[in-house]
Ligand binder design. Structure first.
Ligand SMILES: [Zn+2]
Length: 300
């Protein structure tokens, strides 16, 4: 199988037009769809089912964010700021099929926003406003930081090691609001007996991942609203290792017709409504889909 990034020096260079938030979000979703297509074709090839057609992706210096001429430095012009996790399996540019100069990326374990992260985004808003159209929080399934936060919630004795390390504690504490919201939603919709289920830990991790992305989005939207008069809308989503897609609710792998991203919740009530939607979605999956969504070891 060939994936060809083709540079034609004689092809007219078209400047990407990203006029508004909707266009920026469409570009992110379309980029993620291309990534899914590339990986799907690669997997089909591995199974001997590939059609044999090369995949050709046209590129030019502008779309790559590279200087057109020697010694000319490109202007920094990202169309989106993404706050993702530091997890090495979720490289931001790769999963959106983007390259140089497209994304202003912050990666922090558990996509928890601390002072420096918020300051970096304030910088982006203040200095990159000509190109920047949207800000997105991106969580991901099977997140180690969220798993540590869930373990600290379920087994307080496990928290001792974390509590003695200021940096780690800051991350795990920052995720607790999501874990508590996810736990409450699961108990309300699954009954209190769910807490003694052998799958409860992994179910709580899986639910907390989605809620944690929403919590970070809510916090950031509030920060922005206090910082600028016409603050950009903050969206959030979750990268799923099985489907390779960004999505806002768990799926059974067949019906992928769920929102690819959502706006930040407006209030604590909105946030809990979302946590309830995620919990209900997990609790209505069949056993196989639930296992695929919740198992903590990723099959690679
Ligand atoms: Zn993570």
């Amino acid at each position: 199988m060939d994936i060809i990034y083709r540079y034609d020096p004689f092809a007219p260079i078209e400047m990407p037009k990203i006029p508004d938030v909707a266009s920026a979000m469409s570009r992110l979703v379309e980029g993620n769809d291309r990534f899914v297509e590339i990986v799907t074709q690669m997997q089909a090839r591995t199974l001997g089912q590939h059609k044999g057609e090369p995949m050709v992706i046209p590129v030019n210096p502008v779309t790559l964010g590279l200087p057109l001429f020697e010694g000319v430095m490109p202007t920094q012009a990202p169309f989106a700021a993404i706050v993702g996790c530091a997890d090495a399996r979720v490289p931001t540019e790769a999963i959106f099929d983007e390259s140089f100069n497209s994304l202003f990326v912050l990666r922090i374990a558990g996509n928890v926003l601390g002072t420096e992260g918020i300051g970096s985004l304030h910088y982006a808003l203040a200095n990159l406003g000509e190109s920047l159209r949207t800000v997105m929080i991106l969580g991901h399934a099977k997140c180690g930081a969220v798993t540590a936060a869930v373990d600290a919630y379920l087994s307080p004795e496990a928290y001792v090691d974390i509590a003695s390390t200021h940096g780690l504690r800051t991350i795990v504490d920052g995720i607790q609001i999501a874990v508590r919201g996810a736990a409450r939603a699961l108990t309300i919709h699954g009954g209190s007996q769910i807490e003694s289920s052998p799958d409860y830990r992994s179910l709580l991790v899986a639910t907390s991942v989605y809620v944690n992305a929403a919590v970070s989005a809510l916090e950031l939207q509030r920060e922005f609203n206090g910082f600028v008069e016409h603050a950009p809308a903050v969206n959030f989503s979750v990268y799923d290792f099985e489907s390779l897609r960004i999505q806002c609710l768990p799926t059974d792998g067949e019906s992928v017709n769920v929102s690819r991203y959502l706006p930040a919740p407006n209030s604590a009530d909105d946030l809990f409504q979302y946590a309830s939607d995620v919990a209900k979605a997990f609790l209505t999956l069949d056993e196989e889909a639930l296992d695929r969504n919740c198992r903590l070891t990723v099959k690679l």
